[in-house]
Write a protein that binds this ligand. Structure first.
Ligand code: FES
Ligand SMILES: [Fe+2]
Length: 380
């Protein structure tokens, strides 16, 4: 366990509720190697981590190999239909077994060909019959806990993780209108950004930068948002009405797909921005859901997963693929604009002279995460 230096500790202590009097997270929490090492245990080894939409692994054998805060992980759908997560480290001499994504019948280590089933059991290990006392049953893959709720997949490195429903609290109730569990993923893309993983999630969760960073692309789409919802659980959420849909550029509003049938009242005229702590966020809009996970690779480097989802009835409409392109264009355009700023922000944060600042009232989601993060960093 790493130890935080005194200045970082004091600066994290100045992050507190309410937002009006809180300092922002200290620059060293973004750009420093101490904080980076400490958050691997304090933030990522406790509780639940979002790994995207469960339908990304539609069939048995579908897998992804990911670096999750320094732990290589293999997520794979089992023959029984369950999602499994294993340490992507061979039980023989530790080699990474699979890379990237694909579909497999089992997991075979390329080094000495130990082979594991989708259930993690070691099923073949050449020549090991000559090793006294070696039993295949003792060398299955190391398993991590997984849970699926509302169509989202969560993973925990905790050996005794908190109950997932308790962890999520009011999350299902607050998002019930969108029927998130029924939505279908239609496009996923992954990319790296030269910024801290937290900054990526922050910019997605505040309205303050919209007129400056997205002046022409999103323009006046977003009205002044509601206050954040007073809800229990390890997330923060804020709804705001939009002019037209938040899912399309201002110049392409005529390409709107149908509003989700499940939505009622004001939810038919706005977008809900939610941040599932620590590393997954999404916008539940009128026609679509778009989701991001951020994984730390280095203090100044994050890998991002980006998924767009629509209701099944929308996906079934004629011409869906062409119309969905306009939604993908809007997501890519906005995120490209954000990335320019995020990379520039990191250059300023990564300075010995950078100091904590203060929040504007348009950053409540960011301030709430900052408190959640600072508390855990100081506790563990
Ligand atoms: S390290 Fe995997 S089989 Fe040897
Ligand atoms: Fe943005």
């Amino acid at each position: 366990m790493s130890v935080l230096n005194e200045k970082l500790r004091a600066d994290l202590g100045r992050v507190r509720e309410p937002i009006e009097t809180s300092a922002t997270l200290p620059p060293a929490a973004f750009a420093g190697s101490d904080a980076f090492a400490h958050e691997r245990s304090a933030i990522f080894r406790q509780g639940w981590i979002g790994v995207g939409r469960a339908d990304h692994w539609a069939n048995a054998g579908d897998y992804s190999a990911r670096d999750i805060a320094g732990t290589p992980v293999l997520i794979v759908r089992g023959k029984d239909g369950e999602l499994n997560a294993y340490a992507n480290s061979c039980r023989h001499r530790g080699a990474l077994m699979l890379k990237g994504e694909g579909t497999c019948r089992g997991i075979r280590c390329p080094f000495h060909s130990w082979a594991y089933g989708l259930d993690g059991k070691l099923v073949a290990a050449p020549r090991m019959e000559n090793t006294p006392g070696f039993e295949r049953k003792d060398y299955g893959l190391i398993r991590f806990q997984m849970a699926v709720r509302e169509g989202f997949a969560f993973l925990s490195f905790d050996t005794a993780p908190p109950d997932i429903d308790g962890w999520l609290g009011d999350f299902p109730k607050l998002h019930a209108d969108w029927k998130l569990g029924d939505l279908v993923s239609t496009r996923r893309r992954e990319f790296e950004v030269a910024c801290n993983w937290k900054s990526f999630l922050e910019v997605f969760n505040e309205y303050y930068h919209l007129p400056f960073v997205h002046a022409t692309s999103l323009g006046e789409t977003y009205d002044e948002p509601d206050p954040v919802d007073d809800a229990e659980g390890n997330f923060i959420s804020q709804f705001g009405e939009t002019k037209g849909t938040g899912g399309l550029l201002v110049t392409q509003q005529e390409h709107a797909l149908p509003v989700m049938q499940s939505l009622g009242g004001r939810n038919r005229h706005g977008t809900r921005y939610t941040w599932l702590f620590p590393n997954m966020t999404f916008a539940a809009s009128t026609e679509a859901l778009w989701v991001y996970e951020a994984y730390p690779l280095a203090p100044g480097r994050a890998r991002i997963g980006m998924t767009a989802c629509f209701p099944p009835e929308t996906v079934a409409t004629p011409g869906f693929e062409e119309k969905a392109q306009f939604y993908y264009d809007r997501l890519d355009t906005a995120i490209d604009e954000d990335i320019v700023m995020l990379e520039q922000q990191y250059l300023g944060l990564d300075s010995p002279a950078a100091e904590p600042g203060r929040f504007a009232d348009l950053e409540p989601n960011v301030a709430t995460f900052a408190c959640w993060y600072a508390e855990r960093m100081l506790q563990h």
